[in-house]
Write a protein that binds this ligand. Structure first.
Ligand SMILES: N[C@@H](CCC(=O)N[C@@H](CS)C(=O)NCC(=O)O)C(=O)O
Length: 213
């Protein structure tokens, strides 16, 4: 049974799932969901994700939502394929710490900055300069912590690329095209890490899907 991803190539959460599938060299079916038409709030989609958000995921009779839970399922159920992405025992505890850091320290600020600097201008909405200034200042502090971590190990979870790194890819791809890039440039280890994870062939496949849109 081929896994199915419901979402859109413009959604960072959906891109996270594609990245995990490509790292694992898995075939999958992509079912586009038209957010502009509100398809994600329709009954048939709410049966897949009751929060009415993309992505949603099916593997046979298993239905999942929340991109980070989906990537963890893919990594564990296909442990013998492609890039490991997770590990066992004590090392996995550290990977878990950095997956949480991405979700709770990095992404909320990265999202505010993407909204203000990319999506609001795109949809003709005003940019709140105070939100940008405050979020940049807070993200700089988060990146100070990342800089210290990446001075100890090549990747956030340790010596290997894992989901802790992969989960950052969609936000980094967008932020690098905004003035927020300067915050990364000011952190040499973070900057080198961001460049190295962004150069992965699996991520290039995700970007190619987005660019075909
Ligand atoms: N925590 C969720 C976030 C999902 C999410 O925010 N999806 C966005 C697209 S990236 C969405 O569906 N937005 C439309 C909406 O909320 O109505 C995940 O990681 O899957």
């Amino acid at each position: 049974m081929v896994m199915k991803v419901y979402g859109t190539v413009l959604s960072s959460a959906t891109m996270r799932v594609f990245a995990a599938l490509y790292e694992k060299d898995l075939e999958f079916t992509f079912v586009p969901v038209n957010l502009r038409a509100g398809e994600h709030k329709e009954e048939h989609f709410l049966a897949l994700n009751p929060f009415g958000q993309v992505p949603a995921f099916e593997d046979g009779d298993l239905k999942l939502f929340e991109s980070r839970a989906i990537t963890q399922y893919i990594a564990r159920v296909c442990a013998d394929k492609g890039t490991p992405l997770v590990c066992e025992g004590k090392p996995m505890a550290t990977v878990g710490v950095w997956m949480e850091a991405e979700a709770h320290q990095f992404e909320p600020l990265a999202w505010k900055l993407r909204r203000e600097l990319v999506y609001n201008p795109k949809f003709g909405m005003a940019v709140d300069a105070a939100v940008v200034e405050e979020s940049e200042a807070k993200l700089a502090k988060v990146l100070d912590v990342y800089e210290a971590r990446l001075s100890q190990s090549k990747y956030l979870g340790g010596d290997c690329f894992t989901l802790a790194d992969l989960h950052h890819l969609p936000a980094i791809a967008t932020l690098m095209g905004t003035p927020v890039k300067k915050l990364f440039d000011a952190h040499p280890k973070v900057s080198a890490w961001a460049a190295s994870i962004s150069a992965r062939p699996a991520w290039a496949k995700v970007l190619a899907m987005r660019n075909q849109q």
